[in-house]
Design a protein around this ligand. Structure first.
Ligand code: TYD
Length: 202
């Protein structure tokens, strides 16, 4: 059986991740792979309830971090691991790198705390491939300015997203074997050609 693959998509809000998800899924399905598209926070019935709270309800950074990992544990047990076990490609719109970027970089939660939760919730489990959609914050916040009904994260200012972008780029530098950084400021066909190459051995 073809082994399962876990691919995660990351980037600041407005960096263009959502635009490319259908293309990534179609590329892999065209090669005969079973593709499961999912997202965090969310991905399970309980996780989607936690997502609603996380995106709308005021809470302190520690609560936010704990709820992200609570949703993640459920997602891993109920959805991600079973799909990988049957050989599927699981594509998750965000995963633990988002906690390091948003909760540590954005909110100032210590990296050591998030690393402890990561170890508890997922042990040594990591994505096989992480695609980081990168864009200067001046451009991504411009895109967000047009969003209807912005959530608790989307309402934050450019400084918040600057810290998140930097935290993501630091993660990419720390784990170069699984991260691919995509310059999201280019035309869509150009990005698609690059994605196709990056997905060649999935
Ligand atoms: P997002 O994935 O951007 O969804 P949409 O495209 O529908 O806006 O929204 C999820 C938000 O949750 C995003 O602002 C980032 C945040 N988030 C964290 O802060 N930490 C995490 O660990 C995860 C998974 C997401």
């Amino acid at each position: 059986m073809t082994p399962g693959k876990f691919i995660t998509l990351e980037g600041v809000d407005g960096a263009g991740k959502s635009t490319h998800i259908p293309f990534i899924a179609d590329t892999l399905r065209a090669r005969g792979r079973e593709v499961l598209l999912t997202r965090e926070p969310g991905g399970t019935a309980l996780g989607e309830k936690l997502r609603e709270l996380l995106l709308r309800e005021p809470m302190c950074p520690e609560t936010e971090t704990l709820l992200m990992f609570a949703a993640r544990r459920e997602h891993l047990e109920q959805v991600i691991r079973p799909a990988l076990a049957r050989g599927a490609v699981v594509i998750s719109d965000r995963f633990t790198d988002a906690s390091f970027a948003y909760q540590c970089g954005g909110r100032g939660v210590p990296v050591a705390k998030v690393a402890q939760l990561e170890q508890w919730v997922q042990g040594d489990f990591q994505p096989d491939l992480t695609l980081l959609f990168d864009l200067p914050v001046a451009v991504s916040t411009q895109r967000l300015a047009n969003a209807r009904d912005p959530d608790r994260f989307e309402q934050e200012g450019a400084d918040f997203f600057d810290r998140i972008r930097n935290a993501y780029l630091a993660r990419a530098a720390q784990f170069p074997q699984r991260f691919r950084v995509i310059d999201s400021g280019r035309a869509i066909p150009e990005i698609q050609a690059e994605l196709q190459a990056m997905l060649a051995d999935v």
